[in-house]
Design a protein around this ligand. Structure first.
Ligand code: NAD
Ligand code: GLY
Length: 370
């Protein structure tokens, strides 16, 4: 890990599509400045946000408007905004604002706004520039970086979208002051994921620290470490095509998590909460397969629990439905499911596992029912 201040912009090395991630407690002002300088250069700036964000941070949107930007608010908040009707509304608003190819879309919100506005930017006029201003911890460490954009279809999540990298990311940790604690905790599951999958020093730092909050002095550096891990992975395997490892490693715990979200019904668990249970299960599976020393398990459980995250299912979910959901979600080769597994805390691999009985047992131990 390079030794630099959290305030030093972090580069995502993607050739001509390279960009910087700016992290710290004043970065939304830097995003407003970026919009103002675009407008001074006669380029339109179009801000996309949600009703909750607009109400929580009125001064930020007043500043964007004062600079001359157009502010567009989605009609609903949360996952339901990631749908075709809302995308159409956004395309029409871009056209009504007479955005031309030189205009820039700013996504100011969590992963939902980033995914929706990013896809609108990827498709409007066959692609206009966009800038991410993530406002949840999850978006700062994960969804705002790496260029996955898209919407949900009734057949499933993220089924229509594009790989489309932002031109810059401005992650302002001060905006997290208004984030509900449950959403902050959900973001911590992704932070802990980065420690487990490839950054042992981060895992140890989190284990030693007390529970983090939006104003913890170490938070900008921790976000930066996560972004550095994601940037390194994405610059090697941008479109997740590596046969082994690569971008798929970012899905540690997610094969289990997607099954929980699917079977429990979307909204029952926040994504990060399902990931937390998934991280426990991926760790236990790694130990059961003899890849990971079982003595590592309590540290993982303790760290997730300390961050107010679930380490088992809250209510029993049927194990057959969970197994079916996993088979639908992930690549299966000759009946074997593909998992991200741990060889050590901070070292992960992708591997096919054909022992359904073992996976079933682990589900039952984590609170699933027959
Ligand atoms: P979200 O965008 O729905 O935000 C969670 C809630 O917090 C919302 O109600 C939102 O209005 C509110 N909120 C956001 N910022 C706030 C703030 N500063 N103060 C007060 N309230 C605030 O959820 P999320 O967890 O950020 O993102 C989840 C989405 O991200 C999912 O749709 C998921 O598919 C997507 N995702 C995408 C990627 C990717 O690589 N593109 C990666 C992970 C997740
Ligand atoms: N969140 C997983 C990815 O960006 O690939």
């Amino acid at each position: 890990m390079e030794n630099s201040s959290p305030l030093t912009p972090l580069a995502v090395a993607l050739g001509e599509r390279a960009y910087f991630i700016h992290i710290g407690p004043a970065q939304s002002a830097a995003a407003v400045d970026a919009a103002a300088s675009l407008l001074n250069g006669k380029r339109a700036a179009f801000i996309v946000t949600s009703p909750v964000l607009a109400a929580a941070h009125p001064a930020l949107f007043s500043a964007f408007r004062a600079a001359g930007a157009t502010v567009h608010t989605t009609s609903v908040d949360g996952e339901h905004a990631k749908r075709i009707g809302e995308l159409e509304r956004l395309w029409e608003a871009l056209a009504a604002a007479r955005m031309d190819r030189h205009g820039v879309v700013f996504a100011v919100g969590g992963g939902v706004i980033g995914d929706l506005a990013g896809f609108a930017a990827a498709s409007y006029l066959r692609g206009v520039d966009f800038i991410q201003v993530p406002t949840t911890l999850l978006a700062m460490v994960d969804s705002a970086v790496g260029g996955k954009t898209g919407i949900n279809l009734s057949a499933g999540k993220n089924l229509a979208g594009a790989f489309y990298q932002p031109r810059a990311v401005y992650a302002d940790t001060a905006l997290l002051a208004t984030l509900p604690p449950r959403e902050f905790a959900a973001g911590m599951a992704e932070v802990i994921k980065y420690g487990l999958l490839g950054d042992r020093a981060l895992f140890d730092q989190l284990a030693l620290a007390g529970r983090l909050s939006w104003d913890h002095p170490a938070l900008p550096d921790i976000i930066r470490r996560c972004c550095a891990s994601k940037a390194a992975i994405v610059s090697e395997d941008e479109r997740e095509t590596a046969p082994e490892g690569g971008r798929a490693l970012l899905n540690l715990g997610h094969t289990f998590a997607h099954a929980i979200e699917n079977v429990a019904g979307y909204g029952e668990y926040l994504h990060g909460e399902a990931v937390s249970v998934g991280l426990i299960l991926a760790t236990r599976l790694s130990a059961a397969l003899g890849l990971l020393d079982a003595s590592a398990l309590p540290a993982v459980e303790h760290l997730l629990g300390k961050n107010n995250l679930p380490v088992a299912l809250r209510k029993p979910l049927p194990v057959d439905a969970l197994m079916d959901a996993m088979r639908r979600d992930k690549k299966v080769r000759q009946g074997a499911l593909r998992f991200v597994l741990l060889r050590a805390l901070g070292e992960s691999i992708t591997q096919f596992v054909d022992d359904d009985a073992l996976v079933r047992r682990l589900w039952l131990e984590a609170g699933a029912g027959n």
